[in-house]
Design a protein around this ligand. Sequence first.
Ligand SMILES: [Zn+2]
Length: 180
Amino acid sequence: MAVMEARVLGFQFIRELYQHDEDFKHYLYDQDGRRHSPYTLQEGFLFKGNKLCIPKGPIQKLLVKKEHRGGLAGHFGINKTIDMLKEHFFWSKMDGDIYDVIFMCSICQKAKSQFHQGLYTPFPIPNGPWEDVSMDFIVSLPRTQRGKDAIMVKSIMQLMWPIFTSRKLSNFMAYLGALC
Ligand SMILES: [Zn+2]
């Protein structure tokens, strides 16, 4: 089954690369003398247990990139990418290679820098209560029996107490209009 998968994935060419790979070339021959070896050769594909051995070269990097980018919810973190790759593949120093690829991923770097730019920065502390008040509206709520459909949240910055007031949105709008 694993051999079949390797074929479907278009990995036939890796069979020729094993013989040039320092880690794997020793396992290609002398299979009989290595009864206790965790490596097996099946139709030219080398397996460690049920994991396909990937020889050194661009294919390793390609696999890491593919797995890291994933589908729509891609750009997985290091641990998740390691777990996913190790489920099917093996080569030595996999963790380091995965780390390198993710570290160099331009999309992850960009996302990281945007995240840092957007970090929460504390508000300046006002000198007294009611000096700095912020307001938020939660609107389009299901209408209550009394016809209220919105909540105004006032935060008094020095106390950091939110005050929730429920009203009809139209009332809040009238109130805001009066303030302006
Ligand atoms: Zn990424």
